[in-house]
Design a binder for this molecule. Structure first.
Ligand code: 3PG
Length: 214
């Protein structure tokens, strides 16, 4: 593994050694940044993924990063230029729905910690052989959920996964108890509509940590 990849891997482990739930935030209005970050932080969540899916995504990453107490990652990274924009905005890590050699090259070149998305054994092999051991299994629920993760533990004992896609309050614990799951991610903790409505009390209720096996 190159020294850049080792550094990237250790940063990710540092970010996720205490936090096993990664909220995926799609934010339409940058004015909500501070309130949203504080509500999540009340429940011990200070590491987030902000998707690059709205007009203001990069501003949201910058704003949340500048608040000081938060580790903000950029999600939906698809091209090398997304990686550049995310780094420029202040993102500390990235998440992608899938892998391309160009995306992995760019992240490695820039020592930007990436959680690459995989959905097949072959994609896991491609990512793993490049030195990426923390992977996003997407879309986890559709692929077979906990059953698939148990099956992957055999051939890929060194890989750890962030199952994402179709995870919710009722099935998150099923994933969190698996030995090859480093954490679970999803939009269910702070759904886009609730963020739009600034319904902080509903979001607060969802992320109440006491319910999670972490
Ligand atoms: C992603 O951005 O990784 C997925 O859209 C998250 O899936 P979810 O909305 O089912 O949590």
């Amino acid at each position: 593994m190159s020294s850049n990849l080792e550094k990237m891997d250790s940063y990710l482990r540092q970010y996720f050694s205490f936090q096993k739930l990664l909220p995926i935030l799609t934010v339409d209005d940058q004015e909500v940044c501070e309130d949203l970050a504080n509500v999540l932080c009340e429940s011990g969540l200070n590491t987030f993924e902000v998707t690059l899916r709205t007009q203001v995504s990069l501003e949201v990453i910058s704003k949340m990063s500048s608040l000081g107490n938060f580790v903000v990652g950029a999600g939906t990274l698809i091209s090398p230029s997304d990686v550049s924009s995310a780094i420029k905005a202040g993102a500390k890590f990235g998440v992608s729905p899938g892998i391309t050699p160009e995306l992995l090259d760019e992240c490695e070149k820039r020592s930007f910690p990436l959680i690459p998305g995989v959905s097949t054994a072959s994609e896991i092999m491609n990512a793993y052989l490049r030195g990426f051991k923390i992977l996003k299994l997407f879309p986890a629920d559709v692929l077979g959920g906990a059953k698939m993760l148990k099956a992957l533990a055999g051939p890929f004992p060194e890989c750890e996964f962030f199952p994402t896609g179709g995870i919710n309050q009722s099935n998150a614990n099923e994933y969190l108890t698996l030995t090859n799951v480093i954490g679970v991610a999803g939009s269910w903790m702070a759904p886009r509509e609730l963020i739009k409505e600034r319904d902080w009390s509903k979001i607060r209720k969802i992320v109440k940590m006491s319910d999670w096996k972490i």
